[in-house]
Each structure stands twice: as structure tokens, then as C-alpha cells.
Ligand binder design. Sequence first.
Ligand code: PLP
Length: 400
Amino acid sequence: EFSAATKLDGIGVSEIIRIGAQARALVAKGHDVIMLNAGEPDFPTPDNIKLAGINAILTNQTRYTALDGTLALKAAIRRKFLRENGLDFADDEISVGAGAKQVLFNILMATLNPGDEVIVPLPCWTSYLDMIKLAGGVPVCVSCPEDAGFRLSADALRAAITERTRWLLLNSPSNPTGAIYSSAHLHALGAVLRDACRVGVIADDIYEHVRYSDVPFATMAAVCPDLRPRVVIVNGVSKAYSMTGWRIGYVAAPAQMIAAMAVVQSQCSSNPCSISQAAAIEALDGPQDSVRAHCRDFQQRRDMIVDLLNSIPDIRCTLPDGAFYAFADVRTLLARPSVIGQGITDDMALCQFFLNECHVAVVPGSCFGAPGYMRLSYASSESMIALSLARMKAGVERLL
Ligand code: PLP
């Protein structure tokens, strides 16, 4: 009988994927399930980017490329960092992988020794914790409550640092809360890190372009230039350019780290898809108007979904500043005797109810380390948002 290696103990396919599979099984049975669980834009990849991909095929850019990205793509990434973040990198400080996910995995594999700690503010993207464990590290989770804006405070960071701390993993804008760290927040965290010289920062900036205010985007390497040698920036084209399926993510880091990451990638997957790399150049260098247009659409949907959520009894949702998720507080609802009486005692059971009884797939907050909440993706059309929230409201009214 098959038994998996012990390094997989306690690590599973993410709960988000399990919910997606359940939802699809209901669809296969003929139910019309509305999927507000997915973490991807519903827009097609813009045509200029698609054409760059097609052109790459027609011009035979279909062979192995340099291991961690073509020089042409690295040059486009360098231009992006200079233009948008005011940061100048060399080619050997850039690495490209199959999505921000692979790039994050490479970083952790290349830098963590057994027992090294990574501070992760909660709520966080599900994959962080399992990736850290797979790489031999220990996630040190710090809960960041909603009344602190779901952000890590300088005091909480100071309290979490030990002699084993290797990284602080920051994600801004955040999946699942949409919380953004302003330059003032980053300054405060930077002041703590200045005294902890072994601790580096992994800045997961994948939602950089999905923000709803005019406040300029802030990232640690730009805000605290003295910390730059310890800061790694992760980004990618998935969310900004609706390119989730193309699988291109990238990282800027000190050259020695990039070299270590290349070792990991070379023995794992080698170069990211040559065609996708060519398309990513067009995404980064080409016209950026679709990025802004999509952001405006997301903002309208955000306003709509948050209003609708707040119109449901005992559900409360604040306006997120970025990303495309609403993170709703369902604790009051879960405290209702009539709800408990129907066997719904936690956010997992509530989301199961929404899926089975209302045919709306949403993700429990527990998946992100925040029980009592649920995450709804508004990367879906306004008509679908209206319909799904009407179903959820009717469902809740039946429960009360
Ligand atoms: N980081 C965060 C916070 C995410 O939400 C995601 C995707 O959902 C990723 C990284 C990975 O993105 P990709 O691998 O598509 O570049």
C-alpha cells in the first residue's frame, strides 16, 4: 500500500482547491453554482499579450531558455522595477519562475535550514505555511486582528523575532484581506528589523496593481533602502495582466540568493515556459491601460459586494483597499442560537451551507488563519455578484 513520504505529513492540497472541486462536482450534477472562491481575475489576457505569445510560437521561441529567465524578460522586469518602484537591479539580481508560487518556493528552499523560523502575519494566503514547512522551516504565525487593519504592528513583530528567525513574509495588498502597508507602516517595521540583522523580508507584491486609492504603492526595499540587501521582492504577471494560466512570476534579490534559487529551479523544473516569457515581456513593456481599466472594474464590484454583504443580517464587511477579495466577519451570525442549533458552529460549516444550500462557493476564514470570517472573490461579473449575494441573504434569513 502506498504511503507518502513523511515530509508531506500535515501538508495537503489546499482547502481552497478542495472547495473548488466540491463546487465543480455540484456543477457536473447540473446545479448552477456561482464560484466566488477563485483567486484569479475573470478578464481574458489582453490581446497584445496573447499576440506576443502567438508570435513567439510562430518564430520558434519554443526551446529551452536560460534557466531562470531570458535576458530579454529580465531586462523588461528591470525596467518595471525602475519605472514603478524606483529600484535599479542588475540581471543577476532577477530570477523568473513558473509563477510567484514557484519563485516563493525557490526562495524558501534556497534559504531555510531545518528549524529556521519565518514570521507570517495572519490572515495569510494558505500556501505560505505549507511551503515553509516543506522547505524545512517553521512558520511563526502572528494574528493581526481586524481592528489593527489586519496589519502586523511593530510591537508584534518585535515580540515574534527569535534567534532562529530568518524571514518576515509580508504580503501587500493582502490575500485575503486586501490590507495594504503604507510607507509609514513599513518604516515602523523597518525600524524593528534594523536591530535584527539576521532577519530578511520577503515582500509578496503580487497584488501591487490591484489597489483602490491614489496613495503610491510602497514596498520595503524602496521605503527602507538601507535594508535592501536583506529584502526580496516577489511579483508576477498573473493578477495584474490576467495571466494566471501562463505561469510567470519573478523575484528581485541579492545575486548570491538568485544563484542559490537557480540551483533549486534547475533540479526541479528548469526554465519557465518560453512562450509565456515572451508574452510577459509584452505585458510589462506594452500599454498598461488594461491594468487600470480592470482595476476600475474591480473597484465597482468591490463597492457592490461590500454593500450587499452588509445588507445581510449579522454579516459585516469593511471596504478592502486592494486585491479582489471581500473578507467578511461572520462571528455574530455564528453566535446565533438558531444557527448553532442547525449544526453550523464555525466558518467551515457556514461555507459548506452556502455551497450546498445556496450554491455559492466561498472560502472559510480558517483557511487563512482567521476563523469567524469568510473570503469572497469579486473577480466575477456584477450580475453574478448580485445573484450570489441574493442567494446568500435568503440562505441566512432561513437560518435565523
Ligand atoms: N501570492 C499570493 C498572495 C497569491 O494570492 C498568489 C495566488 O493566488 C500567489 C502569490 C501566486 O501567484 P502566481 O503563482 O499565479 O504568480
